[in-house]
Ligand binder design. Structure first.
Ligand code: GLP
Length: 248
């Protein structure tokens, strides 16, 4: 596993953005898996900067988001659809028909999960999955459990996740209880994974995920099995690692 540790989040974001730019230069029609949350915001800002500077075009890139809350209209400020528009999509030249985000506001969520799964099957294999992690080890919205589901599915969010994400909502009770998420099979099928974690509140779970046992109770630990994952951490998130240290 390739673990890189950065003094500052800005350096990490620049490194990650340069890596993505290179991947798009090699393959202009790159199929990217996209993450939300506070962690990738700086990376997306950097990608937007590089696009505006003329160094990067997304005109042939396609994007597949990991997950979405259930019950929020797409226009809601805290839907991941709005997040993607606000932080990335509105500022770059990606084509609308190449953007894929599960819809959390349709009547039949199981049908929506099937639709999204078929879409991922048609895509065959994503080239690059951007990934963060929840403080309880969730990836996408695959929450810790005694079993994990391979395909896109509906999930009940844990109290820890709802609490962590309540910072983005006006009131804690506004956080939806359910979400739709890409499953572990599709995440693990991606050719490459670009994993990012920032801040000391992620230190414990980073140690558990990358140096602990592989367990469905820490979905992020399954990433130890991926053949091509790059783990980018700031020094706070890396602070509890004991042997996986290679400062940049
Ligand atoms: C979110 C997303 C995940 C993300 C995680 C951590 O809600 N479903 O894809 O990695 O929770 O979020 P943050 O980056 O805000 O800590």
């Amino acid at each position: 596993m390739n673990v890189k540790i950065f003094e500052k989040a800005e350096q990490l974001n620049q490194y990650a953005a340069t890596f993505i730019t290179q991947q798009i230069k090699i393959k202009p029609n790159l199929k990217m898996g996209m993450a939300t949350g506070r962690t990738p915001i700086g990376l997306y800002e950097e990608l937007v900067r590089q696009h505006i500077a003329g160094a990067l075009s997304f005109s042939q890139v396609s994007m597949y988001n990991l997950d979405e809350y259930i019950g929020l209209p797409r226009q809601h400020d805290q839907s991941f659809y709005s997040f993607m528009k606000r932080h990335l999509i509105n500022h770059i030249d990606v084509k609308r028909h190449n953007l894929h985000i599960p819809n959390g506001s349709v009547a039949n969520m199981n049908e929506e999960a099937d639709r999204y799964d078929k879409l991922l099957l048609q895509a065959e294999q994503l080239d690059l999955q951007i990934l963060g992690i929840g403080t309880n080890g969730h990836i996408g919205f695959n929450e810790p459990d005694q079993k994990l589901i391979g395909g896109t599915h509906v999930v009940e969010l844990t109290n820890e996740t709802k609490w962590a994400n309540s910072k983005d909502f006006e009131k804690a009770e506004d956080v939806p209880s359910y979400a739709i998420t890409m499953g572990l099979r599709d995440i693990m099928r991606s050719k490459k994974i670009l994993f990012i974690a920032l801040g000391k509140e992620k230190a414990e779970i980073i140690q558990e995920a990358f140096e602990g046992n592989i367990s469905t109770w820490c979905p992020g630990s399954l990433l130890q099995l991926h053949p091509d994952i790059m783990v980018l951490l700031d020094k706070e998130a890396a602070s509890l690692l004991t042997y996986n240290k290679s400062p940049c």
